[in-house]
Design a protein around this ligand. Structure first.
Ligand SMILES: [Zn+2]
Length: 153
C-alpha cells in the first residue's frame, strides 16, 4: 500500500505511537470527556444530529445550538487495519479501527481496539469505550464488549 511515509522524524520517546491532539475550544470537550468515563459528541439541539468531528454548524439543519451529549460508549468495529510497524521494537501489533456507534448511522470514530489480540478483531465486533488518560486528554479506546470474563491481571 502506498501509504504516507513519516518523513524521517524521530519517534517521540514519551509517547510511542500516540500523537496527542491539540486542544481548542471546539474539541476540548471531546478529548476531556473521558474524565468521568463518558464518551460525548457534539449534538445539534435543533435536530439531534451528532457532529463528529466537531463543527460550528449542524450540517443537517444549519443550527448553531450545539452541545456535547453523552452516548452509550458502545459500538462495533466498522473497519480496521492491524499496524505491525515496530515502534522502538517494543510495541505489539495494534489495531487501528473505525468504530461505528449505534446512536446514529454513520457516526464513526477512528480509534484503537485494545484488550484483545489483534487477530481477534473483526468487522462487526461489539466494543465498548475505555479511556486512556494522557494528561491533559482522555483518549477514547475501545475493547471487546463480550460477556463478562474473569479479570486478567
Ligand atoms: Zn441540526
Amino acid at each position: 500500500m502506498g501509504g504516507a511515509q513519516a518523513g524521517g522524524g524521530e519517534p517521540d520517546d514519551a509517547a510511542p505511537f500516540r500523537v496527542l491532539p491539540a486542544l481548542d475550544d471546539e474539541n476540548r470537550f471531546f478529548w476531556t470527556s473521558g474524565q468521568d468515563g463518558c464518551l460525548r459528541f457534539l449534538r445539534c439541539e435543533g435536530c439531534g444530529y451528532y457532529l463528529h468531528p466537531p463543527s460550528p454548524r449542524c450540517p443537517v439543519c444549519g443550527g448553531t445550538e450545539l452541545a456535547p451529549a453523552a452516548v452509550s460508549g458502545r459500538g462495533e468495529v466498522f473497519s480496521f487495519t492491524v499496524n505491525h510497524q515496530p515502534w522502538d521494537g517494543s510495541t505489539e501489533p495494534y489495531v487501528v479501527a473505525l468504530v461505528e456507534l449505534p446512536e446514529q448511522n454513520g457516526l464513526r470514530l477512528t480509534t484503537n481496539v485494545v484488550g484483545c489480540a489483534a487477530e481477534d478483531v473483526h468487522i462487526g465486533l461489539p466494543v465498548r469505550v475505555r479511556f486512556e488518560h494522557r494528561d491533559p486528554v482522555w483518549i477514547p479506546l475501545f475493547e471487546p464488549d463480550g460477556p463478562a470474563e474473569p479479570a486478567v491481571p
